[in-house]
Design a protein. Structure first.
Length: 345
């Protein structure tokens, strides 16, 4: 064999070997990723099974003719934050809701309307047959009473609920490596055990779970309305962090963080359906604040909702979820509402 042909044969052999190695590495990497995905899915399915808690005598909202299908139908989710800490001697059945966020999701427009409901809002609670602070609904009738109260308030079905306590919130944020949020002021705040150990500093920054919870809960420096806006901001920050590519390897820790500290009436299959909302990027989130005023006329503090503005929010949510036709009038109404909310700040 000629020297030139031998070198050519050597080069060809090396190229083939390189290709084989690349194929082997690629296949190995694929198998590792696939194994991780399968293990993660099994882990998530187990966590979802533990978290599943149906509301008694409720397979769907009474305002729905048939049960909805996430990512196919317009749906709504009620997020309930509860303080079931031993420090306040509150169990899961009699704790007041510390945070209420109501979201409507529209897959066609890939948009979300996110309403923060002030905890002291003076509303009608069907469970007790009279008006009271909305956070008392959970104390009087748990998840079911809270859902019924929100449906009564907005005249919109609550299709699903997600209830989380402080421990789960802290652990989820930490599992994601923290979240980036804007802190409005410098202030010493209470931690999850109601002790003044959390020092907040102003500015855009990445916060861990304990600091994020303190920022979400505080209302001493401003108001319950501003508190709701911060909670909206934090929820959006968590969503943004969760769908980022760098968070893929953290999902196992997030699942562990949820553990037994979250309850929902969503099945694992329904949870997986919501992935459609974040394919191709984050959906457009429109935060809404309920306009109102302080009321001490009864000797007890309430947040008295502005009935005109509340009606506009109702129509906005009903149109977004498809209960009434959407129109330019509703869009104009939304703009007026947002301007009124800004002027109220």
């Amino acid at each position: 064999m000629k020297r030139k042909d031998f070198k050519k044969q050597q080069k060809t052999s090396r190229n083939r070997l390189t290709i084989k190695i690349l194929l082997f590495v690629t296949l190995s990497a694929f198998l590792v990723v696939a194994a991780y995905a399968i293990a993660l899915q099994q882990k998530a399915a187990g966590a979802a099974e533990r978290a599943y808690e149906a509301v008694s005598n409720r397979t769907k909202s009474d305002m729905r003719e048939t049960k909805v299908e996430p990512a196919k139908d317009n749906v709504s989710i009620l997020f309930i934050g509860v303080d079931d800490s031993e420090n306040r001697h509150q169990g899961d059945s009699n704790s007041r809701s510390d945070a209420l966020l109501f979201a409507t999701l529209n897959p066609k427009s890939k948009s979300v309307k996110l309403v923060s409901i002030p905890r002291d809002s003076y509303v009608y609670i069907p469970e007790i047959g009279k008006r009271d602070k909305i956070n008392h609904a959970h104390a009087r009738g748990g998840t079911r009473a809270t859902i019924e109260t929100v449906e009564e308030l907005f005249e919109v079905p609550v299709d699903y609920y997600v209830k989380m306590n402080f421990n789960a919130f802290i652990d989820v944020v930490d599992a994601l490596g923290g979240v980036e949020v804007e802190v409005p002021y410098r202030r010493l705040e209470k931690d999850e055990n109601d002790e003044n150990t959390i020092q907040l500093e102003p500015g855009l920054q990445r916060l861990d779970g304990r600091h994020t919870l303190a920022l979400a809960r505080t209302r001493k420096a401003d108001s319950d309305v501003e508190r709701g806006k911060r909670q909206q901001m934090i929820l959006q920050a968590i969503m943004k962090e969760a769908v980022s590519a760098k968070s893929i390897t953290k999902y196992g820790d997030v699942i562990d963080a949820v553990g037994d500290n979250m309850k929902t009436d969503m099945t694992f299959k329904e949870m997986m359906s919501f992935i459609e909302y974040v394919k191709g990027g984050m959906p457009k989130v429109d935060p809404i604040t309920l306009v109102g005023e302080d009321d001490m006329s009864t000797g007890t503090y309430y947040w008295k909702l502005d009935e005109v503005e509340l009606e506009e929010v109702k129509q906005l949510l009903q149109a977004h979820i498809g209960l009434i036709p959407d129109s330019s009038n509703l869009t104009n109404s939304s703009s007026n509402f947002n301007r009124a909310a800004t002027a109220d700040e």
